[in-house]
Design a protein around this ligand. Structure first.
Ligand code: GLN
Length: 295
């Protein structure tokens, strides 16, 4: 990088550096460079092409080199810039939490619709198990300012990130964060919930090797991997439901490829909900299982 380089030139140089160096990466180099530059320069997304003829600030060169080297080794761009957008909101992410995925937006949307239809006269209490960065309760809270949430995660570091996100979006008063294991904190404290939502780890250990570098070498294993067939957390949570003071009226799970039918069957076999259905994601994969009591 020379002294007088413009942002545009730095962008072109960095994109080709990444193209050559990171053949193990799957994130698109020019897209990644744009995101990293916008974060580094604190530019808004629309500023990029308007401002890219400006000189690249000399004092940011070291930081820029560091970002590029991290990306070249395979780190997800979201951890480098510390942000992932979800449902139109920016969330802080660190390597203690899973990077939010777009398919989870479909679950949030579905839960929002179902809850709004079911509870017209009072506000639901919603539990999110394995909350990670907190995207599920925080997004629902932002859009439904009187709903209440309990967000559980086994990882204290994840809870800390989720709390920061809740503060950032002004919904701390709606969400109680609890460090704990699956439904145990709710069972122990005899807490009644109306809705259970969870996107637990579901990737069987033997499939981990097939994941892209960015995921398997950087995202937290305890948010992704589970032994055996990957169904352990669904089975466990469905069993735990009968230890709650009452069954939730809605259960919504995100599941891995090929897992939806089994999870739906387990839910059906409890004979509690009158509708159990599967929702596909944009890639046409059966991605969510919803059980609901409709009046
Ligand atoms: N609930 C969070 C999300 O959907 C975290 C999920 C996880 O860590 N398995 O992104």
């Amino acid at each position: 990088m020379n002294q007088q380089m413009s942002v545009r030139e730095a962008f072109i140089e960095a994109s080709s550096f990444l193209k050559e160096s990171n053949n193990k990466n799957t994130q698109e180099p020019s897209q990644v460079c744009r995101w990293m530059l916008e974060a580094l320069l604190e530019w808004k997304h629309n500023d990029f092409y308007l401002r890219w003829h400006e000189p690249f600030p000399i004092e940011k060169r070291e930081k820029w080199k560091d970002m590029l080297n991290r990306k070249a080794k395979g780190e997800p761009v979201q951890y480098i810039i510390g942000i992932q957008e979800f449902y139109g909101l920016n969330f802080k992410v660190t390597d203690a939490v899973l990077i939010p995925r777009p398919e989870t937006e479909i679950l949030v949307e579905k839960m929002m619709q179902e809850c709004r239809q079911l509870w017209r006269d009072r506000e639901p209490v919603i539990a999110d198990i394995g909350t990670g960065s907190g995207i599920i309760p925080i997004t629902l809270a932002v859009h439904n300012p009187s709903w209440e949430f309990i967000a559980v995660d086994i990882s204290d570091q994840a809870i800390q990130v989720a709390k920061q996100n809740a503060k950032k979006h002004n919904v701390m008063n709606q969400i109680e964060f609890v460090q704990g294991d699956l439904l145990f904190p709710l069972i122990e404290n005899n807490i009644e919930i109306d809705v259970l939502i969870s996107n637990p780890p579901y990737i069987p250990s033997q499939d981990m090797k097939d994941l892209q570098i960015e995921v398997k070498d950087y995202e937290p294993l305890n948010a992704l991997e589970v032994g055996g067939d990957g169904l352990y957390f669904y089975e466990k949570m469905i069993k735990q439901l009968s230890d709650l003071p009452k069954y939730p009226k809605i259960v919504g799970f995100e599941v891995g490829q090929g897992q939806a039918k089994q999870v739906a069957e387990w839910l059906q076999s409890l004979n509690h909900w009158n509708e159990v259905y599967i929702v596909k994601d944009l890639a046409d994969i059966e991605r969510h299982v919803v059980a609901i009591i409709k009046f």
